[in-house]
Design a protein around this ligand. Structure first.
Ligand code: ADP
Length: 311
């Protein structure tokens, strides 16, 4: 199946935003064709000509062809690597530049809502609250983009501090309570006392848990039930979150941890999302020496898990 996909050159070109002759599949076919021609020609020549000069000449010609093709392949990959680097730098600069005006908008709206609220009408307060919510959402997006560039450029720095996963789960659940209530979703979690600590970046691991809790709520329709568990096994702390939500279609499950992935069944009704959360979460867990995985059945629910090594 993968080989059929790899040879669908038009699809590859569309996905990569390049022309068909630049796709890895096309270059792979060219190299294959060159190798087959070379082998057949050498076989033919060695059968029909005894002269070693002709063989040496034909082999030199073949080496030159392979060098030319190889050189153009390397050139295309170099070009792709450069474009990729430029893209990461652009995202990083743009995100940094966006952070300052966004912080200013948030400070100003907070000031209006706290100190100057008395002089405002109800409609004005509502409008300012909406600006405040939207700017908070944009700040999250900008921070996610910055994290993605750091991950892609292998510059994501993680602190090493003792972290209690049970306490982080409690905090993340408390912060998500109002969202869960508004969506009629129940969260069940029994905190574990004396759970050994893992070594990691407290803030980033909390981001991972917040993302998983947020997703379970977002992608669970009415009367949802979420079950969170933490435990220690074989020198690892395991975290799992199970929901009875919309699940992920089987044919899209291999892309769940890809950047910007959003499954078709979720995009339809949940417009608020970027497809960056799980990519960032998995990178954080991997970089902390752990693993992240999931099981999901469309229309039945999902269970997302991660494990992190104990101190
Ligand atoms: P976002 O939620 O912002 O779209 P994520 O990276 O957190 O981005 O998730 C990527 C996609 O994976 C989601 O858009 C959704 O399609 C799917 N997904 C993640 N968690 C769940 C879940 N608990 N149930 C169903 N689908 C999920």
């Amino acid at each position: 199946m993968k080989i059929v996909n790899d040879l669908n050159l038009k699809k590859q070109a569309e996905e990569l935003g390049i022309s068909v002759w630049q796709t890895p599949g096309f270059l792979f076919l060219i190299l294959g064709a060159v190798a087959i021609t070379v082998m057949s020609a050498t076989f033919y020549l060695s059968q029909n000509y005894d002269s070693p000069e002709i063989l040496v000449l034909s082999e030199s010609a073949v080496s030159i062809v392979i060098l030319i093709v190889g050189n153009s392949v390397i050139g295309i990959f170099e070009q792709m690597a450069k474009v990729n680097k430029l893209k990461s730098e652009f995202v990083s600069v743009a995100s940094h530049q966006l952070r300052t005006p966004l912080s200013a908008i948030r400070w100003e709206t907070e000031l209006l809502l706290s100190k100057l609220k008395k002089g405002l009408s109800d409609k004005q307060v509502k409008n300012i609250e909406s600006i405040s919510l939207l700017s908070a959402r944009m700040t999250r997006l900008v921070n996610d983009l910055l994290d993605v560039t750091r991950i892609d450029q292998k510059r994501l720095l993680l602190k090493k501090e003792p972290v209690n996963i049970s306490i982080l789960a409690e905090e993340a659940i408390a912060e998500a309570t109002s969202l869960a209530k508004s969506r009629n979703v129940e969260i069940a979690f029994t905190p574990k006392k004396n759970l050994p600590k893992v070594i990691g970046d407290r803030e980033k691991i909390k981001m991972v848990i917040e993302n998983l809790v947020g997703n379970s709520i977002k992608y669970t329709t009415n009367r949802g039930k979420i079950e969170i568990k933490v435990c220690k096994k074989d020198n690892y702390i395991f975290f799992s979150i199970k929901d009875n939500g919309v699940g992920i279609p089987e044919e899209q499950q291999n892309r769940v941890f890809d950047k910007f992935f959003r499954s078709d069944n979720c995009v339809k009704y949940q417009t608020d999302g970027t497809g960056l959360g799980l990519y960032i979460a998995k990178s954080i867990v991997d970089q902390s020496g752990g693993e992240m995985w999931f099981n999901s059945v469309e229309n039945l629910g999902s269970i997302f898990n991660f494990k992190l090594p104990v101190k």
